[in-house]
Design a protein around this ligand. Structure first.
Ligand code: CP
Length: 304
């Protein structure tokens, strides 16, 4: 039994295969509709979510399976003091696969050690979000026709933004990738990501506070929200929350075939006047999330 806790749990070949299956699902939806008949997905969300939980549930329903679970810890027995490990062992009696989100970094890793069914990390604190990364990779490959030879700008909260950490981990394994890391000083990418991934693999990157400095060179611009829920001090959040606001005027300097992504939810960091720009692909990205999760559920349940 294999779990998905970190994007590094998947080889590049496995990621490419998931993207291939997701594209086949998009092209042949009816072929996949009975694949998970009789199977159950449990979604255990100890932290709020719209896209991840609902796209997992839509994915399982479109594969012919069923879903159960909870969307806040207060409606589970964790609120009475039950441990995550015990919760997972019990839910494994009622389901075939579990997608779990938790505010504590490492909680899904602890959970999978006692689990009798495959566990998917649906986001753990400011750490990792591997299925968002699979979503991002499917979107980039569909928009660009490749996952190599490109310059990717990552902008916003690079400190607490778990989607950024997982995306750097994944894209660094493809050839010819350069990163432009755009953040205020307080929200720079953590040193462990630089040391363990960028420096270790010899990836070209630069850091800047200015979103416009490298904009003309970017093939992909990945905007992120300042992660309010990870701040200890509300005054710091208020000071930093509108540091970047991407708007139509700024985009005049960008490539005509730039792809603008955002894992969503968005707060103010992309002005709504960008939504109609053909380069804005964040809603297509949210849809890709359902298809890649369908491919992932099939793989983890061992269904052809
Ligand atoms: N992208 C993402 O994880 O969104 P949710 O928090 O709504 O699941």
């Amino acid at each position: 039994m294999k779990h998905l806790i970190d994007i590094q749990d998947l080889s590049v070949e496995e990621i490419d295969e998931l993207i291939k299956v997701a594209n086949d699902i998009i092209a042949n939806k009816e072929k996949y509709s009975p694949k998970c008949n009789g199977k159950k997905l449990a979604t255990l969300f100890f932290e709020p979510s719209t896209r991840t939980r609902l796209s997992f549930e839509a994915a399982m329903l479109e594969l012919g399976g069923s879903v159960l679970g909870f969307s806040e810890s207060s409606s589970s027995s964790v609120s009475k003091g039950e441990s995550v490990s015990d919760t997972i062992r019990v839910v494994g009696c009622y389901s075939d696969i579990i997608a779990m989100r938790h505010p504590k970094e490492g909680a899904p890793l602890v959970a999978c050690q006692r689990s009798t069914v495959p566990i998917i990390n649906a986001g753990d604190g400011g750490h990792n979000h591997p299925t968002q990364t699979l979503t991002d990779l499917l979107t980039i490959s569909r928009e660009k026709g490749r996952l190599n030879q490109m310059t990717i700008g990552l902008c916003g909260d690079l400190k607490f933004g778990r989607t950024v950490h997982s995306l750097i981990n994944a894209m660094s394994r493809y050839q010819g990738i350069k990163f432009v890391l755009i953040s205020p000083d307080e929200l720079k990418i953590p040193d462990y990501v630089k040391t363990n991934v960028l420096d270790k693999l010899g990836i070209e990157y630069c850091e800047t506070k200015d979103i416009e400095e490298y904009l003309p060179e970017l093939d992909v611009l990945y905007m992120t929200r300042v992660q309010k829920e990870r701040f200890f001090n509300e005054a710091d959040y208020i000071r930093l929350k509108d540091y970047y606001i991407l708007n139509k005027a700024k985009l005049e300097k960008a490539k005509k075939d730039l792809t603008i992504l955002h894992p969503l939810p968005r707060v103010n960091e992309i002005s709504t006047d960008v939504d109609d720009d053909p380069r804005a692909k964040y809603f297509e990205q949210a849809l890709c999330g359902k298809y890649i999760r369908m491919a992932l559920i099939l793989k983890m349940l061992g269904i052809e």
